[in-house]
Design a protein around this ligand. Structure first.
Ligand code: PHB
Length: 555
């Protein structure tokens, strides 16, 4: 077990702490440290919990859509990002500052990141990555030891004695940084260290950061990786977050990074501070995660559903934009939980460092991002769709696919075929003309002025007349699905529906394809369309959670 891994039974926990919630959080943290996937038996070993307990916890998390059970493995699922999203929405910085960070990355053609302080570490809340080969790149939610980064000394300018003491203790207890799975261990001597133990000069670097207002990372994480950082301050002068420009020694030495890029970093920071100081108060989010369904799930799953775990996690989702600071009463109201239940959940979350309490007001901490966010923060639409396509294919015993529009063509991006002879055979990456396919038609129908290419007849049924094609697209738009019968290939029938992003734009399509002898057209509509729509809705729900603070790649 890593030295900082949480023991399953925490003897220091307050009497009111909710044990199943602590266990569930242990499992989620463990899954995060193992990059999102872990066998149930490894979870059992790492947590010290009984197998039956691990089974019930993972069944509950699966029911919530937070993990997927895949054979013997538990795998984090996109819906889990709901927890980190609650923190990021409450924080507001991503919404206000991400566009500035992206513009700076574009302007410099270098990676730019935003980080917040997380005790004696730094945690990323945004990454605008332009990294080329060679160096590792970090993800939203990754935690780094402060002394091995450029933002660290800037944050440490605000540390008090207790903070420095905690830092010294951590360094002594974990000299190799085993508690930070995102960074390489210190055991190997690193280039920038000049042979001395890394971080030995942290106090000195903090003093310099105080005087200069910026800080450097000269290969403290790994050889070649350099970064220049500046703080973004709130109106009261305290640091809200730190912006880093990250490069590689093949393009910039650390000194040269500071010499050439500091002026542009400075003006980006000035623009960010203006944005922050002038932003109107946040419009409150509608609280999500109403607890009513937990009771229903308990009824359905019985012993396998650990209601107190589900309720405790629901408390995290009651925070959000305009809901950064909540009282116990507000949490109880937003979740629909009894006050006593909400209170015990908050006490547990506070004990484990996921919330802080001041003057009866609770706030989420950046540690919430340690619950699955890093491994999920790079999911693509095909990743999101794959498990849902698998379920659909098993249900209807036909092949199902996801595709995007690429000019006049569709491109398959995910596909599941049941093992059966005669299954329709296109692989991921295959391109086909859009107009004679159901996938293409639902995507063309979303365009305001679809450009119809010269259409060639592929079968005796291919619609080639532009007016007829336009009428077909109108119908797709009205009915919300496309059914294409043997227009691409004799004997091939398929039905497709669109997949929309948070803004309602069609970003992909899903279909079921089959041999025309399998079902009549009427049966396709009556039997397959409802299942297909339900699948698209599940993909969209995940996409909307995963796409809240970053653009989810469609390919
Ligand atoms: C990063 O964003 O990847 C980053 C930032 C600061 C560092 C190192 C890496 O010191």
């Amino acid at each position: 077990m890593r030295p900082n891994a949480m023991p399953a039974q925490d003897s220091a926990a307050p009497a009111e702490a909710v044990t199943p919630l602590m266990r569930g959080l242990t499992v989620l943290r463990r899954l995060t440290d193992t990059d999102g996937s872990c066998s149930l038996s490894a979870l059992e070993r790492a947590s010290g919990l009984a197998r039956s307990t691990v089974d019930r916890i993972t069944a509950t998390l699966a029911r919530m859509g937070y993990v997927r059970l895949d054979g013997r493995d538990a795998v984090v699922a996109p819906r889990l990002m709901e927890l980190g999203n609650a923190y990021l929405a409450a924080l507001r910085l991503p919404k206000l500052l991400d566009p500035h960070a992206d513009a700076l990355a574009d302007g410099l053609d270098e990676s730019v990141s935003l980080a917040v302080a997380d005790r004696d570490g730094i945690r990323f809340i945004h990454q605008a990555t332009r990294r080329r080969a060679m160096s590792l790149s970090f993800r939203i939610g990754d935690l780094l030891p402060a002394e091995r980064t450029a933002p660290g000394p800037l944050f440490a300018t605000e540390w008090d004695e207790a903070d420095w003491k905690r830092w010294h203790e951590r360094r002594a207890a974990d000299p190799e940084d085993r508690g930070f799975p995102a960074v390489p261990l210190r055991s190997r001597p690193l280039a920038g260290s000049g042979g001395s133990a890394l971080g030995d000069d942290f106090e000195e670097r903090t003093q310099q950061a105080r005087e200069q207002g910026w800080a450097l990372d000269d290969q403290l994480i790994e050889p070649g990786l350099v970064a220049l950082a500046m703080p973004v301050r709130k109106a009261d002068g305290r640091i809200a977050c730190v912006v880093s420009v990250v490069s590689h020694t093949s393009r910039h030495s650390a000194d040269d990074l500071h010499g050439t890029l500091l002026p542009r970093l400075r003006s980006a920071v000035a623009a960010m501070e203006r944005e922050l100081h002038e932003a109107p108060p946040a419009a409150p989010d509608a609280p999500s995660g109403l607890a009513t369904w937990t009771g229903a799930s308990k009824q359905e799953l019985g012993r396998e559903f650990v209601e107190s775990l589900a309720r405790g996690l629901t408390v995290i989702t009651s925070f959000g934009e305009g809901r950064a600071e909540l009282t116990l009463t507000e949490v109880a109201e937003a979740t629909g939980l009894a006050r006593a239940t909400a209170r015990r959940a908050l006490i547990t979350l506070e004990h484990l460092g996921y919330v802080t309490a001041h003057d009866r007001v609770f706030r989420l901490t950046p540690r919430v991002l340690g619950l699955g966010y890093p491994s999920l923060s790079r999911v693509t639409l095909p990743d999101i769709a794959a498990p849902h396509l698998r379920t659909l294919s098993e249900q209807v015993l036909e092949s199902t696919s996801l595709a995007v529009l690429a000019g006049d063509e569709i491109q398959y991006t995910a596909r599941v075929a049941p093992s059966r002879i005669m299954s329709v055979n296109f692989t991921v990456g295959t391109r086909l003309p859009a107009y004679p396919t159901s996938l293409g038609r639902v995507m063309l129908a979303d365009q305001t002025e679809p450009k119809l290419p010269e259409v060639t007849s592929l079968t005796s049924r291919t619609v080639t007349d532009p007016d007829e094609l336009r009428a077909a697209l109108d119908r797709v738009r009205r009915e919300g699905y496309a059914l294409v019968d043997e227009e691409l290939e004799e004997g091939l029938r398929s039905i497709a529906v669109p997949v929309r992003d948070r803004g309602g734009k069609v970003v992909a399509a899903v279909n079921i394809a089959m041999h025309s002898s399998r079902r009549t057209i009427e049966e396709c509509v009556a039997e397959l369309l409802p299942e297909l729509r339900a699948t698209a809705a599940r993909i969209e729900a995940d996409l909307h959670v995963a796409g809240r603070f970053r653009k989810v790649p469609s390919i």
